[in-house]
Structures are given as C-alpha cells and as structure tokens.
Design a protein around this ligand. Sequence first.
Ligand code: UDP
Length: 454
Amino acid sequence: MGIPHILAIPYPVQGHVIPLMELSLQLVKHGFKVTFVNTEFIHKRVLSALSKEDNVGELINLVSIPDGMEPWEDRSDLGKLSEDIFRVMPGELEKLVKDIKRTDDNEITCIIADENMGWALAVAERLKIKSVAFWPASAALLALIFSIPNLIQDGVLDSDGTILRSETITLTSKMPAMNPNQFSWASLGNSNTERIIFNLLGETNRTVKLADRIICNTSYELEPAALDFFPEILPIGPLLADHQLGKSSGYFWPADTSCLTWLDQQPDQSVIYVAFGSFTIFDQKQFGELALGLEVTKRPFLWVVRPDTMDEKSEVFLKVVIARIGKRGRMVGWTPQQAVLNHPSVGCFLSHCGWNSTMEGVSNGVPFLCWPYFADQFLNQTYICDVWKVGLGLDKDETGIITRGEIMKKVEKLLNDKVFKERALIHQEMVISGTQYNGCSNKNMINFIEWMEM
Ligand code: UDP
C-alpha cells in the first residue's frame, strides 16, 4: 500500500485557504502526501504571492480546477461565486480524483473539504473515499448553523433565513446570547447574497452528514459549551503556521516582512496592530477618522491597508495620511500576521474579529479592540469581549462613525488596565496547552491522523 494521499479543498476566500493550508502542512509533517485544490483564480494568486524562499510548492502538490466564473467576474460576490462553484466544481473534482488514480502511484485516500464546499463530501461518497468536513470558523457558528431547522421551527427564522424575531436567543444556557440580526448570513449587506448563502448553509447541513469526521479550527478551552452541545464537532485548533516547515500559508497578497524589522525597533508591548482581514473595505470618512484616532493615541502603530482597497482618489488621500502620521506609524499592504502578533512589541490588536484573526490574537496573548463588520465577526466579538473578556468593543456615534475620541479612549483603557493583558495571557496558556501532550486538540489531532492512516 502507498502512503495515504489527502486531497484538501478550501472555500476560495483567504480566511478559509490559510487554515486548511496550515492543516495540510501539519499532515505533510506526519508523512502524508497532500494535494491542495484551489480554484484556478485563487491558485494563480497564491503562486504569485509566494516569496522566493517559499517552499510550500515542494511540500504540497498545489493544483487547480475552474470555479465556473469568467475571468473578469467579481469573485467578492459570494452568492454568485457559490452558485457557480456548485454548478461546475463537483464534476471537475471527480475528474481530478480519477486522473490522480490513473497517473499517481498514490491514489486519493481521503478528501478534506471545507464545509462550505459540502458537495465535495458527496463526491467522496460517490467515489467511496473517506471524507472529512473542515470548519475554519468557530464551533459556536457551526452550532448555530446546525440549529437552523430548530430556529425555523421556533419561529425565529422563516425557511428563507429571514429573521422573524429580533430578541436575542441562546442555543444552550451556557452559550452567550446571540442577536438574530447579526446572524452570519443576515449581516452580509445584500439580500440576494444573504438568501444564497442561507441556502448554501442548508445544503451543508445536509452534506455534512456524509462526512466521516467533522473537524474545527477551535479549541475546547475556548468554546466548551458549543462543543458539548454538538460533540461530533472535533476541535483540533488553533491551526497556526509552522514557520520551520513552510514559509507561506497560502497568502493572496505578498507579505511585507520589513514590518518585522520595524517592530524590532519599537518598545515592548507598545504597538497597536491594525488589520481588518481580507474582505473589509472602509469608506474614506471612516478611514480618515481611524488615521486621526491612531495619531492622537501618540503610540506606534502598524496598519494593514490592502492594495485592493485603494482607488486613485483614496491613494491621494492615503499619501496625505502617511505624511501626517510620520515615523510613529507604519502602513503596509499585507503582513505575515501570525509573526506580527507573536512579536513582543505588539501591545494590542485592532481587529475586524474574523475567526482566524481571533484565534491568532488569542494564541499569542494579545488583547483586542473589536471593530466587527459582517458575517460571524459580531459573534466572535461577543466571545472576545463578554466570554473571554480579553478585549473591548468600539462604539459608533449617532452618525454611524467610530470617532477618533472613541479610538483613543478605548486604546488607553485597554492598555492601561492590566487585567486585559493578564486574561489574554491566561487564554493563550489555555489554548496552547490544548495543542500539547494530553490536551484536547492534541488528542483529537492524533486520533484523526491515526484514523486517516488506516
Ligand atoms: N492576514 C495576514 N496578513 C494581513 C492580514 C491578514 O496574514 O495583513 C491573515 C490573518 O492572519 C488571517 C487571515 O489573513 O489568517 C484573515 O482571516 P480572518 O478570518 O481573520 O478574516 P477574513 O479575511 O476571513 O475576514
């Protein structure tokens, strides 16, 4: 028998590709062969963002299949993207698996599919291959999705996902209350997309039943209530980069590593790290207010401003902002975020609260300032601020803006009240111990690996 050969297929957005790539690298370390299947569009982006020293292509077999969209179509339209994927990719994946069987000494022995690509679990079933559903977000969100049929029955939602009752709900007495208007599918800002994504969730609730295992990038220590509620969800996280193994984790933009040298020159725990993930876009007024807010804190800051958020007008504006912030602040297009959060100079993380950013901040013991935008980010903020108590939320004023005064007030409170850092360190210790000998994530990972080797 050849070595076990895993096929990993992420949903084609940055926050889903990174953790599955990290899992894949860990599997390579355990002697598995891994074929990582991106869409053609994302494959090109990942390859062009690789740095010269990057060896990920030697460790993992990086391949691609079409996503069903035309090259010029807008892939940030997640509704259209998901529909096209569903139309085209199942056939393409099946063909790929059969081609590998014909041409490779090691046929595919297990498919690990992002749960948003639940159709791939059906492909695995058809081809009689073991399958694993991979959930890159919180267990709480997955518990919410699994509970959709009950929420419909209880009259909280209708069958299209429309919110019928807006008072907060709790899934179990030990989980925090959730505001239905902030459910992940109900806060995407476009009703057509929201409907398509809600239908996709219904589909994944069906296909996930085909999976032999459901693994989740979380830690039991962080989410015991959600994981006790659905014990079939196996926490194996946090999945973090192994910098000794592979340099990249599937970035869509080249990482600017010079910011690490800049961080070396800053005092310990002094820097405000500001990053809003791969999707969030600011309007110019809010952008300017954030710049002024950072200026009035009089603290060093490292601010990620992605190249795709800049049109010509905002580039001119950005130059004005950069001229004002001088040497105290540094703006970059994309950072190696995990290395940044691990740097001793970083004092706090001003974040949009995407799940990966949340796990990375917690794993590095960094307190948060929370600025959620959409999807599951409000739920993640609830965990950060109300459950783990390792951060503070930023409040909007009556015009819907987070003002410079609010930014300054919360930065001061977070950095002056040592209790936030203390709790952040306690949570860091908890999640890291979960990944070490006898920890819950560690045991799950070992069982999972042994099962895949069978
Ligand atoms: N990230 C990064 N450099 C940056 C900004 C983000 O490496 O400058 C990574 C970050 O470490 C995380 C991912 O991009 O792993 C973003 O995922 P997250 O779930 O936080 O947010 P999303 O992009 O899905 O909204």
